[in-house]
Design a protein around this ligand. Structure first.
Ligand SMILES: [Zn+2]
Length: 112
């Protein structure tokens, strides 16, 4: 597993190989490449099996935080091993979001 901090408090955690069998082939990554070849998606397209972003904390406590306070955030990308069907996380992004008057401006690692 490889950790790549961006120097701004965000870290990308990459797992290139299936932890069960060591294969580097993933079902959704392969199908995404096929979609590009068929013209069903633009070059560089990648659709994961599942992706979830979350603020980590207790909503009541977060509501009481002052503007500018930080909240840990995590984004998890799941895919399925092409060879043994193990579901694992090839990418996990962790970081901190800043509380702003407009919640839409929360910065998610990898998109900020
Ligand atoms: Zn596997």
């Amino acid at each position: 597993m490889k950790r790549e901090p961006d120097g701004q408090g965000n870290t990308m955690h990459r797992q290139k190989k299936c932890p069960a069998c060591g294969s580097e082939k993933r079902v959704f990554e392969r199908l995404s490449e096929e979609a590009v070849k068929l013209g069903a998606a633009p070059p560089g397209f990648k659709m994961p099996y599942q992706m979830e972003r979350r603020l980590v904390g207790e909503p009541k406590a977060q509501a009481e935080q002052p503007m500018g306070a930080k909240v840990p955030v995590v984004a998890v990308v799941l895919d399925i091993c092409y060879d043994c069907h193990c579901v694992y996380a090839p990418e996990i992004m962790t970081g901190k979001a800043e509380k702003t008057p407009e919640p839409k401006k929360l910065v998610v690692p990898g998109q900020g």
